[in-house]
Design a protein around this ligand. Structure first.
Ligand code: ADP
Length: 247
């Protein structure tokens, strides 16, 4: 496979904070429609890597190509427009608005055929809201105030708000933190559904969940990739057991 066929190609990426290399000459390729999970001990550089990909942090060296387009120097908002979505652990939803309104305001204004001022409540927005609400399992909660949703439902709503922008790459930081067993199951199903139309990168610590969802696992340690492959492969790797899974 040529490097240009990947959805995301991160090559020789380095970032230093006061001389400390949080990401150290790292190369990572993610396929289209792949669900990649990144694991590794605290401080390994997992969050910093996602920060670099979405443009929150600028690389000191190396390159990030997304759908074969150079992203390395582009600002975060431009990368969002190019299709890179990022969800953090704490949901940033509008608690006083309904589920419908939360999704509606997330519709990308520039893409409406009616232009920025008249984008709301057109048929295309409403049908997109319904499609996304169905995807995230909240179709029967469209009129519910977001603040009244359960913790898991709030997390799904935020995923839905990102899906409204039709990202080609969605990155999620510990998506099941604080969720009930049932919510975890539903989140696994949701992630499996949404990677059918895009690539997904997840940082996760819960190994049962990782086994359930990952197409491929990347194990990070000290800003580098320690191991990569199927969960079966990496969990039997002595290096991975030594620095992470054996603890
Ligand atoms: P992980 O997500 O794997 O726990 P992080 O990416 O948060 O790891 O951090 C990797 C390393 O980089 C840590 O040692 C952390 O202290 C350091 N680091 C991350 N961001 C900064 C920053 N903005 N300034 C200085 N050091 C940072």
């Amino acid at each position: 496979m040529s490097n240009t066929d990947y959805a995301l190609a991160v090559e020789d990426l380095t970032v230093s904070f006061d001389g400390f290399k949080a990401i150290d000459n790292l190369t990572l390729y993610v396929d289209k429609n792949e669900l990649r999970v990144i694991i590794g001990p605290n401080g390994a550089g997992k969050t910093t890597l996602l920060d670099l990909i979405c443009g929150r942090t600028r690389a000191s060296a190396g390159s990030i190509k997304f759908r074969n387009e150079e992203m390395t120097k582009l600002p975060e908002y431009t990368r969002v427009r190019r299709g890179i979505g990022r969800k953090f652990q704490t949901p940033s939803i509008y608690e006083n608005l309904s589920v419908f309104q939360n999704l509606e305001v997330s519709f990308p204004k520039g893409r409406s055929v009616f232009g920025a001022l008249a984008f709301r409540c057109t048929d295309d927005v409403v049908s997109r809201v319904k499609l996304v609400a169905e995807d995230i399992g909240l179709l029967d909660k469209l009129d519910t105030e977001a603040g009244l949703l359960s913790h898991g439902q709030k997390q799904w709503l935020e995923i839905g708000m990102l899906l409204m922008q039709e990202p080609e790459l969605l990155m999620l930081d510990e998506p099941i933190a604080g969720m009930s067993a049932r919510e975890r199951e539903l989140t696994a199903e949701l992630l499996q559904r949404i990677c059918k139309n895009r690539s997904v990168i997840v940082i996760e610590h819960d190994m049962d969940f990782v086994k359930q969802i990952a197409h491929k696992v990347t194990v990070m340690h000290q800003g580098k990739i320690l191991a990569e492959g199927t969960m079966d492969k990496v969990q039997n790797d002595p290096k991975v057991i030594d620095v992470y899974l054996g603890h």
